[in-house]
Design a protein around this ligand. Structure first.
Ligand code: ATR
Length: 293
């Protein structure tokens, strides 16, 4: 057994790309004594599994679905301010008998946008979806002072989330609604971030554009062009195949990006929290794209 141990807890977790990504990062830094593995941990066993990892001297852990929120029920961790507000933790460290919690997902999304050359300062951001991923990303940009509009299939969920974020950040330019005003919301936005499961492997690959009400179907292509042309459209899904939503956006002249670099950067930020070292982003990216093939 290696004496520098890391891992990801999730349920299910077998599909996780994190072991390949972190192992490549450790190897590239010559940290061959370190290992990173995926562990299937059922939500009801989370507390016990974390305490076991702590007792065994783990250096740190990632948490993924459905444990990011569940961790708050264990009373084990000291979350940082952002993770506390987001109500979700994806990174744990063990230090001096204490367990600290962080959330690197939204900072990963931000780093991916920056790397793609997308300037976000002062931009109007449209977030599609009102689940956990939307919450972290919306909160992150609201804290940075961006105008944030959240649209979601279930309008009340978007409104509730927007109200919560506006209250937590003091940013009054945060609002939420259903899909009924979707075309107009797309038109007004500078950057569009799709956070729902639409287009993910196990779901049918229906584009967001097909969920928005149109008077006539023939208008669709023209509407897409007038709404997204020359804008950044970011879909946090990281299928090897681009989602229909991204393909349609690209065809209409948008700068498009998928979730692969968000995955890489959230991992890189966790790696830095654990080790104090900056991992090689190119090596991590290659490990993820090879694993996706
Ligand atoms: P996550 O934590 O991954 O963000 P989640 O909390 O399960 O996921 O939230 C899923 C999001 O995807 C929600 O915004 C959900 O919309 P509803 O709030 O209306 O349920 C959205 N979603 C899932 N399937 C969808 C579909 N077929 N069409 C539109 N939105 C969908």
């Amino acid at each position: 057994m290696k004496n520098c141990r890391f891992g990801v807890f999730g349920f299910p977790v077998s599909h996780s790309l994190s072991p390949a990504m972190h192992t490549a990062a450790f190897n590239a830094l010559g940290m061959t004594d370190c290992e990173y593995k995926a562990y299937a941990v059922e939500p009801e066993n989370l507390k016990e599994a974390i305490l076991k990892a702590q007792a065994e001297g783990f250096g740190g852990l990632n948490l993924t679905i459905p444990l990011k929120e569940k961790i708050f029920e264990t009373d084990l961790i000291i979350p940082d301010a952002f993770a506390e507000k987001a109500g979700a933790v994806n990174t744990l460290t063990f230090k001096d008998g204490r367990i600290y919690g962080y959330n690197t997902d939204a900072a990963g999304a931000f780093a991916a946008l920056e790397e793609a050359g997308c300037q976000t300062d002062g931009k109007k951001i449209l977030i599609v979806g009102a689940g956990g991923a939307s919450k972290s990303i919306s909160l992150f940009f609201a804290e940075r002072g961006n105008s944030v509009k959240i649209i979601n299939r279930t309008a009340e969920k978007a409104q509730r989330l927007a109200d919560e974020i506006a209250e937590k950040t003091g940013n009054s330019n945060v609002s939420g609604s259903g899909f009924e005003s979707g075309w107009n919301d797309l038109k007004e936005a500078d950057i569009i971030i799709q956070t729902t499961e639409l287009g993910m492997g196990k779901y049918e690959d229906v584009s967001l554009f097909d969920k928005l009400p149109l008077l006539k179907t023939e208008q669709k292509e023209e509407m897409i062009r007038s709404c997204v042309s020359k804008k950044t459209v970011f879909d946090i899904v990281y299928n090897p195949e681009e989602t229909t939503f991204l393909k349609e956006s690209k065809a209409a002249g948008a700068e498009t990006m998928n979730g692969m670099m968000m995955l890489v950067f959230q991992g890189a930020l966790a790696f830095e929290i654990w080790t104090g070292k900056k991992p090689d982003i190119g090596v991590m990216r290659k490990a993820v794209s090879d694993a996706l093939l």
